[in-house]
Write a protein that binds this ligand. Sequence first.
Ligand SMILES: *Cc1c(COP(=O)(O)O)cnc(C)c1O
Length: 357
Amino acid sequence: MRIPLSSVALTGLETAYAHDALASGWISGTGAYLERFEAALAERTGRSHVIAVNSGTSALQLALLALDIGPGDEVIVPALTFVAPAAAVRAVGARPVLCDIHPRTWTLDPDSAARAMTARTKAIVAVDLMGHPADFDALARLGVPVVEDAAQAHGARYRGRPVGAEGIASVFSFHANKAVSTGEGGCVAVDDAGLMERMRLIANHGMSTARPYWHELVGHNFRMTNPTAAIGLGQVERWDELVAARRRVADQYTEKLRDTPLGLRPVAPWATWGCWLYSVTTPRCAELVAALRARGIDARGIWPALTSLPLYREAGPPCPVAEEVSATTAWLPTFADMPAKAVQDVVDAVRDVVETW
Ligand SMILES: *Cc1c(COP(=O)(O)O)cnc(C)c1O
């Protein structure tokens, strides 16, 4: 593809930190960069404690395990999301209950969630979908712990507060296509010291910090490496710049596509949108994607609603909004280093296609 969907934005800062980490010999899951990266993330999210782990999916599993969620439990998950939240629920042995999204936020619909609550509902994973915070005040009223999945929402705000601070625990992914990236990686941010202690135990083989090789529970190895954290520290130091650069790309798209028949992602009055991948909506979405791809532009239709995957078909009530948004929404190439010329090329191609409609 001539213009990729996504591309990482690394500078000499990340390279220098990574070299320093390698030169120090601390290349596994302990080291000074891990401590600095976790501290920088705590400051960024306003949380008291952060643990860095090897992926966003591990981060979700870790939060669920620390909340003691397992076989026999149900966890509410939005039907429209990258699969990780539903997979993480399954991975800890619990049952994901897929609920619909709200048409004005594209995030978990609190009414749909309320209708799906049972005596077995132990938690909700609310995804800040495609840069839009979930409706946390309404979800909190349902009375079970809420885990915030902010993997796609670096830079977004919920009622003025940066995302990453809602619910009992917040999760980020630092996969290469996320706005702040370590290649592979993730973290969990919490305020409760006891919960963090439990997560550190689970993420490190269940091994007591006071007594080596004394295992208090069956744990995992979810550790991030020190060189990975070094890349992450550089990225967190550039957080505002990375978020602003994506936002500039998004604003150019919005401005230049304003008079086309394409729809935009809705944004609630209480939300500040943080652009991850820019999306457009049209009933002729598949056609638009095919035409752009034929022109060397890596546009993509978004994920299928999880309810349409055989693996998750039995996992909840019908989710017509999730299915509708899934069928009519496409991503346009979006990355921090995207040259204005590339944005213009995408815009020209889009206009070229929709003008024939
Ligand atoms: C990317 C993503 C994840 C998973 O992150 P990985 O780091 O790829 O495991 C989890 N949740 C959401 C909403 C994501 O977009």
